[in-house]
Design a protein around this ligand. Sequence first.
Ligand SMILES: [Zn+2]
Length: 88
Amino acid sequence: VAQPTRTCIGCGEKKPKGALVRLVLDDGGQPLLDRSQRQKGRGAYLCGAGCLKSALKRKAFGRAFRGKAALDPAQVEAALVALVDKTS
Ligand SMILES: [Zn+2]
């Protein structure tokens, strides 16, 4: 069975969902790492910590989570950096 593919917001490559890290905003607009990839809400995908830097540079999170985040974009980015750092 072919896995659904998702686009990494850092490098823009399409990859199988399972090869990517999913980041979501929870109901309160707080960024979370979605390990199950089943969390409801607005999601964004990344290959890993390397692509996080590109995503930050491109301000990709601001676009992915526009209007949904409870925090300002800089705080969302800081929270995501902390989350993704734990995975590597
Ligand atoms: Zn990537």
